[in-house]
Design a protein around this ligand. Structure first.
Ligand SMILES: [Zn+2]
Length: 62
């Protein structure tokens, strides 16, 4: 099951992969800002600026 974190403002894919990551990890990786639109990525877990999206793609299931 892959997860995706996308910027809620511009849709930039901040993280995509199979490993579960916290919003804080993603924010830290990008220095707290979306690299495309420079919107701040909140590190507060209950007020995240990124949206985890579940991929339902079953093709190529490992
Ligand atoms: Zn953005």
């Amino acid at each position: 099951m892959a997860i995706e974190y996308v910027c809620r403002w511009c849709g930039f894919i901040l993280y995509k992969g199979d490993k579960p990551k916290s919003a804080e990890d993603v924010a830290r990786y990008w220095g707290g800002k979306c690299p495309r639109c420079l919107s701040p990525i909140s590190k507060i877990p209950h007020k995240i600026e990124v949206l985890p999206v579940r991929k339902a793609n079953q093709i190529g299931e490992v």
